[in-house]
Design a protein around this ligand. Structure first.
Ligand code: AMP
Ligand code: ZN
Length: 116
């Protein structure tokens, strides 16, 4: 399902421009417009899903495609050996700004733990 006025649905449907990195049948990856690390790519389900617990019956297909993209992109972006972080912000306190499930792939610099 595509949600009107959802910016990530529009990116997934290629209605607005983005720097698409790669895609699978149920998921697509594109560069974050405001990168927080030298490598910062967002991986999203093509269908509108607000959060992980709303993935529904196609959740296994989506997660397989999401993690296939993540591991391939880590190699192609040159961070598979040095290390990288995958982050999902869920809800207000975690800092989720876009209500379409997205996985951040961050790499190319040292990162603090725990996150602020
Ligand atoms: P979050 O705070 O986890 O919801 O992250 C949302 C992310 O989406 C932020 O890192 C934004 O920089 C990114 N973002 C918002 N709009 C766009 C866009 N049009 N293209 C690419 N990235 C975007
Ligand atoms: Zn959406």
């Amino acid at each position: 399902m595509r949600l009107e006025n959802c910016i990530f649905c529009k990116i997934a449907n290629k209605e607005i421009g983005s720097e698409i990195v790669d895609e699978r049948p149920t998921a697509i990856a594109f560069k974050d417009i405001n990168p927080k690390a030298p490598v910062h790519i967002l991986i999203i389900p093509k269908e509108h899903v607000v959060s992980l617990d709303e993935l529904g019956k196609n959740g296994c297909d989506v997660l397989r495609d999401v993690f296939s993209l993540i591991s391939d992109i880590a190699v192609s972006e040159g961070v598979a050996q040095s290390g990288y972080r995958v982050v999902v912000n869920i809800g207000e306190e975690a800092g989720q700004e876009v209500d379409h499930l997205h996985f951040h792939l961050l790499g190319g610099r040292f990162m603090a733990w725990p996150p602020s």
